[in-house]
Design a protein around this ligand. Structure first.
Ligand code: ATP
Length: 299
């Protein structure tokens, strides 16, 4: 439903995106994550046709976004910074969307408006950051998007509205089969709603995977031995981090832990089990494996 193929994008003479290919299945929620400056917003701008990549292309619903621009009418885009006309009133902005998007749904708009409680006579320039984001989400849900792309949509929202917005996204997918791509640093909330995640770092895709598979694959190992931890285990090259409380060690290993577990078993541990990791923990360790410093972070 959303597919990029080998995108390279340069800004100010610097290569910001390097051979980026992602694939978002129809009717799913995809979380795009990565450190500050990784290239998430740049990629999103390529997805919605604001940027033209130097190489590669973007297909939305099978159509090339730069060649068949009519598909833009079915894309909702909540940007990280709202570029509304400052002197417009909210009602003018709504009118603009109502007249521009062919699938605008008045009933939906009225229902959503009750939740967002925005004063339609207020000028855009007098809205807070969170209010502008609310307005953007309101109009972009009212256009009945086939594809909804949101760049850090919840960062300025209060906890109540944030929860409502996340519920809307899940509802949107289940009722209308919309495809949602969301970029955020809030991995806790992403974990609750996403089916897949893509991690981008220094302009390259590090991994793309379903959350369920990722959480099954990447787990902590908790282990204890009668004596101290064997040196061969301690220095195993697949281990990203070891912490201990007394004789009990928690080990975070690189990706597939099965080999390491087999290795541990050879040393007759008195305790050996695996523990779930949150998406945030997985992300931090994964970035640590990429040389992104995490030594001082207490997890
Ligand atoms: N117009 C521009 N000209 C030159 N460089 C740019 C421009 N816009 C962004 N960049 C650079 O591109 C890189 C990626 O920026 P981008 O905004 O895509 O990152 P991001 O992953 O969205 O970051 P964040 O999480 O901080 O919002 C950064 O190094 C940024 O400085």
């Amino acid at each position: 439903m959303i597919r990029t193929q080998n995108i390279d994008k340069y800004l100010g003479g610097t290569k910001i995106l390097d051979n980026v290919s992602i694939n978002v299945e129809g009717g799913s929620i995809y979380g795009l994550i990565g450190p500050n400056g990784a290239g998430k917003t740049t990629l999103i701008k390529c997805l919605v046709g604001i940027y033209e990549p130097e190489r590669g292309n973007t297909l939305i619903c099978g159509e090339d976004i730069l060649k068949n621009t009519s598909i833009k009418g079915r894309i909702g885009y909540v940007s990280d910074f709202q570029y509304f006309y400052p002197n417009f009133k909210i009602k003018d902005m709504v009118e603009f969307y109502r007249n521009t998007y062919p699938m605008w749904n008045e009933e939906r708009f009225k229902n959503l408006k009750k939740v967002f409680k925005l004063d339609e006579n207020k000028k855009i320039k007098y809205l807070s950051k969170g209010m502008k984001t609310q307005l953007s989400i309101l109009v972009n849900l009212s256009i009945m998007p086939k594809v909804l792309i949101l760049d850090e949509p919840t960062s300025g929202l209060d906890p109540v509205v944030r929860r409502q917005v996340l519920n809307f996204l899940v509802e949107e997918v289940s009722l209308n089969d919309t495809t949602v791509l969301i970029s955020t640093h809030n991995l806790g909330e992403l974990e609750q709603i996403c089916d897949h995640i893509g991690i981008i770092h220094e302009g390259r895709v590090l991994m793309e995977e379903s959350i369920d598979e990722l959480k099954t694959r990447v787990r902590k190992i908790q282990v204890a031995f009668k004596e101290d931890i064997p040196e061969e285990i301690k220095t195993n090259k697949d281990i990203l981090r070891i912490e201990s409380v007394g004789k009990v060690y928690q080990i975070v290993a690189n990706d597939n832990i099965d080999d390491l577990i087999e290795e541990i078993k050879k040393h007759n541990p008195i305790l050996l089990e695996t523990i779930d990791m949150s998406l945030e923990e997985i992300f931090i360790y994964k970035m640590g494996g990429e040389g992104y410093v995490f030594e001082d972070i207490a997890l």
